[in-house]
Design a binder for this molecule. Structure first.
Ligand SMILES: Nc1nc2c(c(=O)[nH]1)N[C@H]1C(S)=C(S)[C@@H](COP(=O)(O)OP(=O)(O)OC[C@H]3O[C@@H](n4cnc5c(=O)[nH]c(N)nc54)[C@H](O)[C@@H]3O)O[C@H]1N2
Ligand SMILES: Nc1nc2c(c(=O)[nH]1)N[C@H]1C(S)=C(S)[C@@H](COP(=O)(O)OP(=O)(O)OC[C@H]3O[C@@H](n4cnc5c(=O)[nH]c(N)nc54)[C@H](O)[C@@H]3O)O[C@H]1N2
Ligand code: SF4
Ligand SMILES: [Mo]
Length: 717
């Protein structure tokens, strides 16, 4: 018996912090994780970890982790079942359902617990495509779909945006990377984010933060704007009004690369600082100061997080952010290093100082449609908004079988009660989950996967934050307990049983023999800068540490004059949507408060609920409310508040915070399972998605539900 120390990276969340892991090796060769800590020698992370990542040993070793798969028997009880048998059973059921109802009757959902496995996205997507089902879903459409799918319409700069490390100004709108470790490209990389922000500020960078509560990152801001939730379009259009009126945008860049500028200028002309400030709940001077600070910089982007995308008007907000960055020309120029080299990202195309040809990401001829609300495929996926209806509504294409890999639809999806009804209505619900989560409890089959330190992985998920060509291929360091396997192996086995193909970027996966994970990864990112198998060898030669392929960093080439495209700021419904927004102030209709979303420091969505130390920190998602509102409503700190939307009622434990604007309640999601009540809200929290709807106030293009800025009433319970 002895302790071995190895280098690895954390996969509790997408940040992939570099870690050192101590593994206890017993006489029979079993390897058990005993401790993890940050790796101070890593060039990007420098030893940073957070309190969730430090619980990886508990996550791997917990008694109540599922070490065997579960299949319900005739009496409806879960029975521990060998993985091979469980997969054969699922395949038999899928075959029967496909024969009866056709391929679209099988839906696959990749949730945020699946994204942390570098092979799961490619495996689940190619599995669904191999069956021929249009019903592939990911948590991207519960999250920030407008960023991914609609901004492509207005134009994408092939050299990429300015990066954080070169910025002299940055603007974060409803993004709190200090807790979330998330930012879009151009925002702060999630590796030690507060230190990174302070270091840039020490070198002169100015930070603007817009958030209805003074979030952790807002406390670092040079200019903090406590914008009203859902009213970011007023703030952004007001800033554009100032920037255009004062002519402090980049006129040369606009002349050379931008169409639709005059239409934009006309639309924002109505949003004077006074009009915008009134709507956004700010002072006119704050909007003028933000505009001058942003446009006064030379490099640096405005970026948004989940807050404004979920607060209604997500597409309009993203469009206006695109406009800000475009008229201020916040892009990499000819001869500079491309923004994000992306070692493992296939098919990136050339990096040039010009706008890319438009990509039809939704609504194009031939793209699959849902049966509901005029919604259809965004890229390759169906918006989550329609899943419950696709399950519950009989007819051609009704979903009868559902596989959720690392998702928790009971708490993650809008209209919780409807989603629960839908899950219970399925002929087959398969949940791939190491825990008896809110969704696993309702499944017909729970497949138990290996956890991150028990598998090989590459850093494909986190690489959009790496400004250098940083890459890792890590080995499995711990022995998987019981009878668990990697998620991609489950999909491969199911496809083999069904006789359906799995096509990856580099071609079909062999089905006559089981490929290795290295083969899988090589095929899944074929065409990338350095293949995973090569990175694996290079990391091994570097004692398991990261390799930075500096010589492969692409430079931004001159524009190709033969193929010239321009940004189109007057595309689709824009900028007319600004005028519609201006003409339609929100109605209160008896709901005087708004519930806004935030992240829990001790959980990753619902991931982490079962872990001891994280439970010691909190077992609930408190309802943060301004002390003056607490007094005015007759609530008490630590008491229970009843929170009702037009849709349903939940409970929350009252916590006073003068950081939250008045008129708001700020709560994390993904707590409380399907049935937490007033009696047990202190020990389980409650699900804010019971308050949301999949039909009212949804984004017409992406289907994004109103998951923040939800109109609510508060009463003492
Ligand atoms: N009201 C409201 N709703 C929201 C949000 C909000 O802010 N407000 N946020 C939205 C966002 S941004 C997202 S991304 C979604 C998230 O929605 P989902 O992705 O559906 O939910 P998660 O809670 O992340 O589900 C993770 C599941 O993975 C399991 N899991 C943990 N580790 C592993 C593993 O190693 N392998 C596998 N296979 N499974 C694992 C967990 O037990 C859990 O069941 O929620 C969305 N819903
Ligand atoms: N610890 C932890 N980390 C996580 C997660 C987690 O659950 N816990 N979830 C992960 C996931 S899936 C994602 S997608 C990312 C999300 O990453 P972020 O988008 O950074 O998420 P938040 O930290 O909730 O920050 C959103 C901010 O928006 C504010 N906000 C709410 N409504 C509005 C609005 O209408 N306008 C404006 N301007 N602001 C608003 C909230 O107060 C909050 O501070 O985080 C990831 N990281
Ligand atoms: S930030 Fe994410 S990747 Fe880093 S230690 Fe925390 S959970 Fe792990
Ligand atoms: Mo997310």
């Amino acid at each position: 018996m002895g302790i071995e120390t190895q280098k690895t990276f954390c996969r509790f969340c997408h940040a992939n912090c570099a870690m050192i892991v101590d593994v206890e090796v017993t006489g029979d060769g079993t390897r058990k994780v005993v401790e993890v800590r940050g790796d101070p020698d890593d060039p990007a992370y420098g030893g940073y970890t957070c309190l969730k990542g430090r619980e990886l040993p508990d996550s791997h070793n917990a008694e109540h982790r599922l070490k065997h798969s579960l299949v319900r028997n005739e009496a409806g009880e879960f029975v521990e079942t060998p993985m091979d048998d469980a997969l054969a059973h699922v395949a038999d059921e899928l075959r029967r359902i496909i024969n009866e109802h056709g391929p679209h009757s099988v839906a696959v959902f990749m949730g945020s617990g699946g994204f942390q496995n570098s092979a799961a996205m490619a495996a689940s997507l190619s599995f669904a495509q191999g069956i021929g089902s249009r019903n592939f879903y990911t948590s991207v459409t519960l999250d920030q779909p407008a960023k991914v799918y609609t901004t492509m319409r207005y134009g994408r700069w092939m050299g990429g945006p300015n990066t954080f490390s070169e910025s002299d100004v940055a603007m974060f709108i409803g993004n709190n990377p200090v807790v979330s470790h998330y930012a879009p490209v151009g925002g702060v990389p999630p590796f030690s984010p507060s230190r990174r922000i302070r270091d840039r500020q020490a070198q002169g960078m100015k930070l603007i933060v817009a958030d209805p509560r003074e979030s952790d990152v807002a406390r670092l801001a040079d200019l903090y704007l406590p914008v009203k939730p859902g009213e970011d379009p007023a703030l952004l259009a007001g800033m554009l009004n100032v920037i255009i009126t004062e002519e402090i945008y980049d006129r040369n860049f606009v002349a050379a690369h931008v169409d639709g500028f005059d239409e934009l200028a006309r639309a924002v002309a109505t949003m004077t600082p006074e009009v915008a400030a009134e709507r956004a709940g700010l002072e006119p001077d704050q909007i003028i100061a933000a505009a001058r600070m942003f446009a006064g910089g030379t490099k640096g982007c405005a970026v948004t997080g989940t807050g404004p995308e979920m607060a209604g008007n997500g597409t309009l907000t993203e469009y206006l952010v695109t406009c800000l960055n475009t008229v201020c020309a916040r892009f990499k120029q000819e001869g500079e290093k491309a923004a994000i080299p992306g070692v493992f990202t296939p098919q990136q195309g050339p990096r040039r100082a010009q706008v890319a040809p438009p990509v039809p990401m939704f609504g194009a001829e031939g793209m699959p449609k849902s049966r509901f609300r005029g919604l259809g495929h965004l890229g390759w996926e169906m918006p989550c908004n329609v899943l419950a209806d696709e399950i519950l509504t009989p007819g051609e294409g009704q979903v009868r079988a559902f596989i959720s890999v690392g998702g928790n639809p009971v708490v993650g999806f809008p209209d919780q009660q409807k989603m629960v009804r839908a899950l219970d209505d399925l002929d087959l619900f398969v949940q791939i989950d190491p825990w008896m989560s809110a969704s696993a409890k309702r499944a017909d089959v729970v497949l138990a996967p290996s956890q991150c330190l028990e598998r090989e992985d590459i850093t494909n998920l986190s690489e959009w934050w790496h400004e250098e060509p940083y890459a890792r291929y890590v080995e499995a360091v711990a022995t998987p307990p019981g009878d668990v396997i990697d998620e991609w192996e489950m999909f491969w086995t199911l496809a083999k049983h069904l006789g359906t193909p799995m096509n990856l970027a580099g071609g079909p996966l062999p089905m006559d023999r089981k490929p290795t994970k290295e083969e899988f990864l090589d095929l899944s990112v074929a065409g990338c800068l350095v293949p995973p198998s090569q990175v694996r060898r290079d990391c091994a030669a570097n004692a398991g540490a990261a390799v930075v392929y500096s010589d492969k960093h692409p430079l931004v080439d001159p524009a190709d004059k033969g193929e010239f495209h321009r940004f189109d700021l007057a595309c689709g419904d824009m900028p007319a949507a600004i005028l519609r927004y201006a003409d339609n102030p929100p109605l209160k209709a008896g709901y005087d408060f708004k519930l806004i979303s935030r992240r829990s420091k001790t959980r990753f969505n619902s991931i982490g609920h079962p872990l001891k130390k994280l439970q010691e920190k909190t077992t609930t998602n408190p309802a943060y409310i301004h002390p003056d509102d607490i007094a005015a409503l007759g609530l008490v700190e630590g008491g229970i508040v009843e929170i009702s939307s037009p849709h349903a009622t939940i409970h929350g434990v009252v916590k006073a915070s003068d950081k939250v604007r008045r008129g708001l309640v700020s709560m994390a999601h993904a707590y409380g399972d399907a049935d937490a009540s007033k009696e047990d809200v202190r020990t389980r929290g409650s699900s804010t998605n019971r308050l949301t709807s999949d039909t009212v106030d949804i984004d017409p293009i992406t289907g994004q539900a109103l998951q923040s800025a939800i109109p609510v009433k508060l009463v003492a319970a």
